[in-house]
Design a binder for this molecule. Structure first.
Ligand SMILES: [Zn+2]
Length: 265
């Protein structure tokens, strides 16, 4: 391939300086296209402390599965620089713009994989993508963890707890729903009292209240209700250790610390 072809693929892959495609190799026999991507900078910003113009200590060869180019399975390969920082003293890998750290998939491939996994069983999605199902499960678990960490349940006032069987068998999961917003808040294996304990332990991390996180005090407007076979209960801030506190005892509103300064210390 000539230079203009590599430049074309650089644009097609959305790469910007200092990254560019140096070589593209198409194999019709393997139905695969491989891109060698290079970094043209000799000095880079430290990813740990953001100090610019640091020397590159070494480079590590990495590969990423990318979206197919037409019928060809596409792979990116690059030597990723590790910067030796004179400011913080650490040696850290430069992040690449096409993938998150530690992933063997590009961001676009991950997005496609996760979209497919919403529509299909993971094993079917893996076959469709010609990828390992375990690799897809690792991405699903990673993004579920990220999404749950960001899930804000501070507006939840009434919950419904129910059980359901898995695959019509004798394995059960307990699910907790927000009855007002009609969304799933929590699910865990089993159907005994430990499932409720697991929910109460999980809840404080998602529930900043007027007292701050994890203070265990009841929220304004919470109310006990019983309906059908579901358990409806008033929601406190979530901490099981809140006994003995009156509402007015905790006046501290904490911001991003995720701990109530009054009672969670
Ligand atoms: Zn640094």
């Amino acid at each position: 391939m000539n230079l203009s072809t590599e430049a074309l693929f650089t644009v097609a892959l959305g790469l910007q300086a200092p990254w560019r495609v140096e070589r593209a190799e198409l194999s019709t026999a393997k139905r695969r296209i491989d891109f060698d991507v290079i970094c043209t900078e000799r000095r880079m910003t430290c990813s740990h402390c953001a100090t610019p113009d640091q020397s590159i200590h070494e480079s590590i060869q990495r590969s990423w599965r990318h979206l197919d180019f037409f019928q060809f399975e596409a792979w990116l390969h690059a030597s990723v620089p590790r910067v030796a920082c004179s400011a913080c003293g650490k040696t850290s890998q430069v992040p690449v713009p096409w993938a998150r750290e530690g992933s063997g998939f590009t961001l676009l491939f991950e997005a496609l994989a996760l979209s497919l996994c919403k529509e299909l069983p993971v094993a079917h999605a893996a076959r469709h993508l010609r990828a390992d199902a375990k690799a897809l499960w690792r991405r699903i678990e990673y993004y579920i963890k990220v999404a749950r960490e960001q899930d804000d349940m501070s507006g939840v006032r009434h919950i419904g707890i129910d059980e359901t069987s898995l695959r019509k068998g004798h394995e059960y999961v307990t699910v907790v729903h927000d009855l007002e917003q009609k969304r799933l808040l929590f699910a865990t294996q089993g159907r005994d009292h430990k499932t409720v304990e697991a929910f109460t332990q999980d809840l404080p991390g998602h529930r900043p209240c007027e007292h701050g996180y994890e203070c265990g005090l009841p929220q304004r407007g919470s109310a006990a209700t019983a309906q059908g076979g579901h358990l409806l209960r008033p929601l406190s801030c979530g901490s099981p250790g809140g006994q003995g506190h009156g509402r007015g005892a905790c006046g501290g509103v904490q911001g991003p610390s995720r701990r109530c300064g009054h009672c969670a210390g």
